[in-house]
Structures are given as C-alpha cells and as structure tokens.
Design a protein around this ligand. Structure first.
Ligand code: DON
Length: 307
C-alpha cells in the first residue's frame, strides 16, 4: 500500500485540468451555491492507513450517500423483513422517478432511488418522533466514523423542505399504497435531514470502512453488521448505487459505490479499503462527473476492481 499516496497524487494532477466539469445540482437551491471547482479524495485501508488529496477535509452535503447508512440501520431493526417494503432490483430510471410505483403497488424498486430511501426512512422511524429519528441517525454516523464533529446542515435541509416537490409526490403515492406508516411530512422531515448530513471525504471513508472489512470497523473495533450483511449491502450498491448510471459505473470502475447529488461518491474495495471522492459538478444522471473519473483511474491504477 506504500504507493497509495502517490496514486492519489497522480489522480489529482490528472483531474486538476478538468476541474469544474459537470453541473452542480440546482433543484436544491442551497446546493446550487456550491463552487464546482473543488475536488477531494480519501482512502482508508482495512489496516488503518489514511490517504488524502485535495479538498478531502471539506465537509459537503452527502445527500443520497446517506441512504447506505439508513439502509444499514433499517436492516438492523427489521432484518430481511425490510424487503416487503422495498425491492432489490435496479430501476433503470432516474433517482427521482415515480413511474414504476403505480405499476408495482407502491413498492419502490430498491433502497437507493428516492422512493425506496423514503420507505427505508419510514422503517427507521418506527417508535420515534422525527426529531429522535434524526438524532439516532446522526449518532449512528458519528459512531461509524468515530467522529463527534459530524453535523447536519440545517440550511440544506430547509432548502430541500421548501422545494422537494418530487419527493412529496413520491411519499404521498407510497402512503396511498400504505407503504408509509408515518405522516408524509414527518418522513420527509427525517429524509431531508439525513440527506443534509455534512461530511468530508475522510469522514465518509471512515464511516463506511465497515463495508470494506466484513462488517466491522478495524479502526474502532466496532462490529456494525455481519459479514453476510456487509456483502449484501455492497451488492446493492454495485447494482443500484448509481441509479440508471449503475451499469456504466460497474463497467468503468468495478466497485460497489453510492453517489449523491452533493457530488460525493462513496466506494468500497472489499477486503482492501473504503474510498470517498467529492467534486460537485454532476453528469447527466446526477452523479459526480469527476468523482467517477477519479474512481475509474483509481481502480485502473490499483487493480481494485471486483471483477
Ligand atoms: O431527495 C433528493 O432528491 C436528494 N435529497 C438526494 C438525491 C441524490 O442525492 C441523488 N443522487 N445522486
């Protein structure tokens, strides 16, 4: 692993001339204000080494990457029973699409598209007021990363609360099919706050290390999930983590990964390392343009593809 820093440095110098490519998410007004000319990357290996480059210490809005953490919590609460509420198949549609819900009885295709993630959040909320559920999620992410400084950006949460019309539609649709147990505004209140978690690449790579290390975080000693569950969460990230860009990401990068419209991508090299990259400009399907390019370079230069 000695030359991982050199690998990151070489990726950074190859990316720098392209910085600013892509388009920042503008359907959440607060995210539209983010400077696209930023790039950071962090790798945490299962033997506890940390490598960083660029803006790896700047906290950004993790958005849909949070869906990995709520999925982990929901599986912990209800186990395989979760799959009565949400499927495990790629959707082949945009992350915020509503079309399949009507034909498929309000059961979203997978836990990573917005509809699926909203259903997962509803499961996580069981027995909790919205404020408590948000607190539980924040504590969980701080525990995973072993970092009490992680916060939720209330401005981003508020911005999406004011403009998240699509999600309001998805949630109402599922509630009509009785696939949400809680009032729509409560579920979305929690969902918008989870998406507004602000984390740096390094914090994200630390928080997700358990997925690279058979369910336990070797840096904290915390056992988070069983090896079997870690493998399954990785399988879902590989097949569904980039929405209708999942096939392309598997083709080019070959690692389980989860993107967010804040421009972050979290990826797992099973048994080796967890990786987080951030660059706010997005490609046509809403995933970080340069983040995906950087991960393709990393996979090519390290041979970490799972294939
Ligand atoms: O619900 C939304 O639209 C956002 N809070 C999250 C979407 C997202 O990150 C999609 N990822 N690329």
């Amino acid at each position: 692993m000695a030359d991982l820093q050199a690998t990151l440095d070489s990726i950074y110098s190859d990316i720098l001339p392209r910085i600013g490519e892509g388009k920042v998410a503008d359907y959440i007004p607060e995210l539209a204000k983010v400077d696209p000319r930023q790039f950071g990357m962090a790798i945490v290996t299962v033997d506890g080494q940390v490598f960083r480059v660029g803006d790896a210490d700047i906290a950004f809005s993790i958005q849909s990457i949070s869906k990995v953490f709520t999925l982990t919590l929901a599986l912990g609460k209800v186990g395989e029973g979760l799959w009565k509420r949400v499927g495990r198949e790629p959707s082949g549609s945009a992350f915020n699409s509503i079309v399949q819900l009507e034909h498929e009885s309000g059961i979203p295709r997978n836990p990573f598209i917005n509809a699926g993630a909203i259903a997962v959040t509803d499961v996580v909320m069981a027995g909790h007021a919205p404020r408590e559920a948000i607190g539980e999620l924040l504590r969980f992410v701080r525990y995973l990363a072993d970092d009490e400084s992680i916060t939720i950006d209330d401005k981003v949460a508020r911005s999406e609360t004011q403009t998240g019309y699509r999600n309001v539609a998805l949630a109402n649709f599922m509630r009509a099919y009785r696939n949400l147990d809680h009032p729509v505004d409560h579920v979305l209140g929690v969902y918008f706050h989870q998406c507004a978690l602000a984390m740096s690449c390094e914090q994200l790579a630390r928080a997700g290390l358990f997925l690279a290390a058979r369910g336990s975080n070797p840096m904290t000693g915390h056992s988070v999930v069983s090896p079997k569950r870690a493998r399954r969460i990785n399988a879902l990230m590989l097949t569904c983590g980039h929405y209708d860009g999942s096939g392309d990401f598997a083709y080019h990068v070959g690692l389980p990964g989860k993107s967010g419209v804040g421009g972050g991508i979290f990826a797992v090299a099973p048994g080796i390392a967890s990786i987080a990259v951030w660059s706010p400009g997005l490609n046509k399907v809403g995933n970080s343009q340069l983040g995906a390019v950087a991960l393709e370079m990393l996979a090519a230069r390290t041979g970490w593809s799972v294939f």
